[in-house]
Design a protein. Structure first.
Length: 456
């Protein structure tokens, strides 16, 4: 399918994405209910996930502009440079259970819009969501082979990592698996972007708007039952922020309604499996053994009518030491650790002493930039340090730029060159430094067009 698909004009390829957006909008309620039943989220969380996925489809519809290259005249005597972005071929994404539609849509629309063929290997824990999604994809009438779905476990993953026809791999999941996939795929010469785990601290300053801080922190720590890499899992309270915030977040956690995500008023659902439930409860116990005080205990709790559900209620532990195992481990559950410190310098030391780098917001109007006008209130939360979330472009685009002189020219697709020699005097005759490789897909990245290759 790839040779014909990559030669299909980009404007024609994105027409399928316009239709996909319409289908997702029309079936949003159905898809959200499937996600809730399969993944355990609340209905509102499932709707929000699909909305984010649709936004990616919308952005990918702009691929004809986003994938444009550039031209540079006279980069060397008698040489003009042309940079083209070309599809790689067959690319694949291995995606997790916690966002069964949004995360595949980080990759799928960009891959096909830019002329690649795409294989999705979803988590074996959530097959129904992606199966129903591909039922809708079948209505697009894409050429056979452009989009494919494969289900399975490690053996399927290894087949994708080893198959020579698969040119690039994208992965989202735990750090150990990310390291495995990155290493095996890289050894096989594939492009790889792997997004692994996280442990996100949040700093609560004494001058923070406590109502806002508590509301946002509760939604972040306990939303999606804490099963997301951007969940705030450690609250670092500075100075006299500690007693006020601690009391308020404990009350909020204890009052959060847990249950079946399609029931009215439910704010948090179950975790994904009995193994996850057991692991989370063991980590809470480990924190207690390490000296933390369990202010709100979510272990061994049940929901009436769903006694066999994998529920872990919101949990708050106070006095968690920054170097403890609990503070350094990604729990991936509805557990918030509180770590009091004396001042902002100590808070920054705790943040910078961590193995993970993702985000660390600070709740404080003093940390906000100056307001645009005197009528604009100060922002109550400012993200002080953020590592950019990798975009899916590297797996779907090849930023190919080669150089040539009058003596050497690299063909593109067998018909055109990637650099155009200009007429030169006899004094400039002969190959220039950096003459093009004979491989038309050899990549040379320009600093202005560098894309992140992923994060572990």
């Amino acid at each position: 399918a790839f040779p014909d698909w990559r030669r299909t004009p980009a404007g024609d390829r994105i027409q399928y994405l316009f239709k996909l957006k319409v289908l997702l909008e029309e079936h949003l309620d159905e898809l959200a209910r499937i996600i809730t039943n399969e993944c355990g989220k609340t209905y509102a969380e499932s709707v929000g996930e699909i909305r984010r996925g649709i936004e990616n489809v919308e952005v990918a519809c702009g691929a004809p502009s986003l994938m444009q290259g550039y031209n540079n005249e006279d980069i060397a005597p008698g040489i003009d440079e042309h940079m083209f972005r070309q599809p790689l071929g067959v690319v694949a994404a291995i995606t997790p259970f916690n966002f069964p539609l949004m995360i595949p849509l980080w990759f799928l629309p960009y891959a096909i819009a830019t002329g690649n063929c795409f294989i999705l290997k979803p988590s074996e824990r959530v097959p129904m969501s992606t199966q129903r999604f591909f039922d809708l994809v079948a209505q697009l009438d894409l050429p056979p082979g452009v989009l494919q779905l494969v289900n399975g476990g490690k053996e399927v993953v290894d087949a994708l990592l080893d198959h020579p026809a698969v040119r690039a791999i994208s992965f989202v999941g735990s750090t150990p698996v990310a390291q495995y996939i990155y290493g095996r795929a890289a050894v096989n010469g594939k492009r790889v972007q792997c997004q692994g785990g996280a442990k996100n601290p949040v700093v609560i300053m004494p001058d923070a708007d406590m109502d806002t801080a508590v509301r946002i922190m509760a939604d972040s720590a306990f939303g999606c039952a804490g099963q997301r890499c951007l969940a705030a899992s450690v609250a670092i309270t500075v100075g006299h922020a500690q007693p006020t915030f601690t009391e308020a977040i404990a009350d909020t956690a204890a009052s959060r309604k847990v249950g079946y995500g399609l029931d009215t008023g439910v704010q948090m659902g179950p975790v994904i499996s009995p193994a996850s439930k057991s692991r989370i409860e063991q980590l809470i116990g480990l924190g207690e053994q390490e000296g933390a005080q369990v202010l709100v205990d979510g272990r061994a709790r049940h929901v009436s009518g769903y006694e066999e559900g994998y529920f872990v209620f919101p949990t708050v532990l106070n006095g968690v030491h920054p170097q403890s195992e609990l503070a350094r481990t990604e729990i991936f559950g509805p557990v918030l650790s509180l770590a009091p410190v004396r001042d902002i310098d100590e808070a920054m030391a705790v943040v910078n002493g961590r193995a993970y780098g993702n985000i660390w917001p600070v709740f404080s109007p003093a940390a906000a930039p100056p307001p645009a006008t005197s009528a604009t209130p100060p922002t109550p939360v400012t993200s002080v340090s953020t590592l950019a979330w990798p975009r899916p472009w590297p797996s779907s685009l090849s930023a190919v730029g080669t150089r040539a002189s009058t003596a050497t020219c690299t063909p593109r697709g067998g018909t055109a060159s990637s650099s155009t020699p200009r007429p030169k005097s006899s004094s400039n005759a002969g190959p220039a430094n950096g003459a093009a490789s004979s491989d038309p897909r050899r990549t040379r990245r320009n600093a202005k067009n560098k894309h992140p290759e992923g994060r572990l």
